[in-house]
Design a protein around this ligand. Sequence first.
Ligand SMILES: [Zn+2]
Length: 84
Amino acid sequence: MTCPACTTAAQQVSAMFVNGCPCCMARSAARSPQYREARDAGRITHGYRLLLEGYYGAGCDLAQAHERVKAAAAVDFEAKERAE
Ligand SMILES: [Zn+2]
């Protein structure tokens, strides 16, 4: 599940997102302060939950949505740079 914007983002810093693309959506969530807060807290925080529901709809599978966002963060070049 990658599109050209996601392929580019895996190789260099990119702020390109394709509307409606699931991997771009996950990558955009992965760059949010809410995601970082949840990651640091080691749990799905209230703000992060609201963000996930905004992306995936209220009542979505939060654990599954979080896995998608984590996977997107793992391949996001920009996130990697920030972590170093
Ligand atoms: Zn994409």
